[in-house]
Design a protein around this ligand. Structure first.
Ligand SMILES: [Zn+2]
Length: 543
């Protein structure tokens, strides 16, 4: 509590110049339009479009007045390996009745983390493992009493209580936890020795339609190039479209709804299906480094401390064509976030150096599973123990001002206490997340830093629009998810309204400035947050 009072005193004493940042709408438009244009081909990492993108960001950082952030260099190499599944034959489910054929893309998508030229799965026994969660602290283990080594596990998407309204439940009720995210599910299946792990896609708990699974999981897949070639992972990872999963379960004499109900109860036991899965594919393997771009505004007195702003520069590149257009431009996702990063760099540089340094990080391969930020967090250019905290941007508000500002994954860190007065000063209020079940906090790059203890804000305009209220906000966000998210239609629109983005960027600017001008400030995670322990340890070791 004491600390909160101190914070609000500091916040009320802000100098005028710091209050009114020079956020340039011109910059927001130009950067978004440029990086979102067809010339940048959707910014897939390790393609020629990457070189262009990286060069453009460096140029903008330089012109903004930043210095190269990585020992005289603007970039950090991120070693990656690209695996493209080729020659994917239909998979076959056999055992009871006539075999079921699973067509690639229509019924399922498959791939692998393993860096190996050939994957073959032969008669692998199928087991339904509910939500595929092992959470000892909650006394929950979907793998209890079953040996899945060499077997194929079929897993439900999200976590066991996502249908509960409110936050009560073993997995924070409606809110999605880390246990609900697909990277966790594949990781946990591999830990248990599964040969294949297939997640059943359902649009509502997944938060996106099958078309998104199709476009994201087919074509070249990137991962970090690490010793061991990921051979400790399952041979096959993938997704089943819901009707295909229903056919499989029906063949086993089961049905999805009943199994789902059973899986939502603590003490659920995995269900062997009496079926086997066979199939295979070849992989084309390409090793190549991608790049994070790092600029810095060096501090004046405490320059070994860093305030961090981040946004991913990558998107999906060439993707499934819609009406002859096969470039997933990613104008909103996340050319707009990079534009925000550049606009903040300009504004902070214009205000002059602060006491602490301010770092600007444009990371690669977010769309492939937070790879660029994950690599940075493992190999930080600036020590994480001296990284005070910061803001990540993934998709700015381009639909005009919102009355509310949403803290994604609210209840995590003291950064939130610093943001609240800044939002209120704009005459706005802190709104509730519209879709806590989507697990937003675990879905972009701030999570890579949070996992290693750095408190990062994921927040911005909510759906309560100044013009049109919640109905207008909801309609706009539903329309984006249904028609543009991860599709060729995510293109720059000259009619976008940036006024809401400017308000959000003003909050990010003021938060960063406050942290940078007060070297005594070390906002921590709340005691209940999952990342508190690691932060305390890292800060202790640094002192
Ligand atoms: Zn994104």
């Amino acid at each position: 509590m004491r600390r909160l009072i101190l914070l609000s005193l500091l916040l009320s004493g802000t100098a005028m110049a710091q209050d009114r940042p020079a956020i340039s709408v011109e910059t927001l438009k130009t950067v978004t339009q440029t990086l979102g244009s067809d010339e940048y081909e959707g910014r897939a990492p390790t393609t020629p479009a990457e070189d262009k993108t990286v060069a453009y960001i460096i140029d903008r950082f330089q012109k903004a007045g930043l210095k190269p952030g990585n020992k005289g260099s603007w970039t950090q190499d991120v070693p990656m390996v690209e695996i493209t599944a080729t020659d994917v034959r239909p998979f076959t489910v056999s055992g009871k009745g006539a075999p079921i054929t699973l067509d690639y893309r229509r019924d399922m998508v498959v791939g692998t983390y393993r860096v190996t030229p050939r994957i073959d799965l032969k008669n692998s026994e199928m087991v339904f493992v509910g939500y595929g969660i092992t959470a000892p602290e909650k006394g929950w283990d979907d793998y209890a009493g079953v040996d899945v080594r060499g077997k194929t596990v079929v897993i439900l998407v999200n976590d066991a209580d996502w249908q509960t309204m409110g936050r009560d439940g073993p997995f924070e009720g409606r809110a999605m936890t880390w246990y609900g995210r697909w990277p966790y599910k594949f990781e946990n299946a591999a830990k248990h020795g599964a040969a294949a792990a297939l997640i059943v896609h359902q649009t509502e708990p997944a938060a996106y339609p099958w078309a998104v699974v199709q476009s994201s999981w087919t074509g070249p897949q990137l991962e970090l190039d690490e010793p061991g070639d990921h051979m400790d992972q399952a041979q096959v990872i993938g997704w089943l479209q819901e009707p295909a999963a229903q056919r499989i379960l029906a063949a086993a004499g089961r049905d999805l709804a009943t199994l789902t109900k059973a899986a939502q109860v603590k003490g659920f036991r995995a269900v062997p299906l009496g079926l086997t899965l066979s199939g295979g594919f070849s992989n084309t393997i390409r090793r190549q480094a991608s790049k994070n771009v790092i600029g810095v505004l060096p501090g004046t007195t405490t320059l070994g401390d860093y305030v961090l702003y981040s946004a991913h520069w990558d998107h999906l590149g060439r993707c499934d064509a819609v009406d002859g257009d096969d470039i997933c431009n990613g104008a909103l996702d996340n050319a707009s976030g990079v534009a925000g990063l550049v606009a903040l760099a300009e504004a902070q540089a214009k205000a002059g150096p602060a006491k602490r340094s301010i770092a600007f990080l444009a990371v690669t391969a977010e769309e492939s599973g937070l790879l660029g930020s994950g690599y940075y967090a493992q190999h930080p250019v600036f020590p994480l123990s001296r990284t005070v905290g910061g803001v990540n941007m993934d998709g700015l508000n381009v639909t005009g001002r919102s009355r509310d500002f949403v803290l994604v994954g609210k209840g995590k860190s003291e950064i939130e206490d610093m943001v609240v007065p800044l939002v209120k000063a704009q005459g706005r209020y802190i709104g509730e997340e519209a879709h806590p079940e989507r697990g937003g906090y675990y879905r972009s790059d701030h999570f890579s830093f949070a996992k290693l203890g750095v408190p990062m804000l994921d927040g911005g305009s909510g759906e309560d629009k100044v013009v049109g209220g919640k109905a207008a906000g909801r309609a706009a966000s539903d329309d984006y998810v249904a028609h543009r998210y991860h599709k060729p239609a995510d293109e720059y629109d000259p009619n976008w309204d940036w006024t809401g983005a400017v308000e959000d960027l003003t909050v990010y600017y003021q938060l960063g400035r406050k942290l940078a001008e007060h070297p005594g400030l070390w906002p921590n995670w709340y005691p209940t947050a999952e990342f508190r322990g690691i932060r305390d340890m890292s800060r202790k070791n640094a002192q």
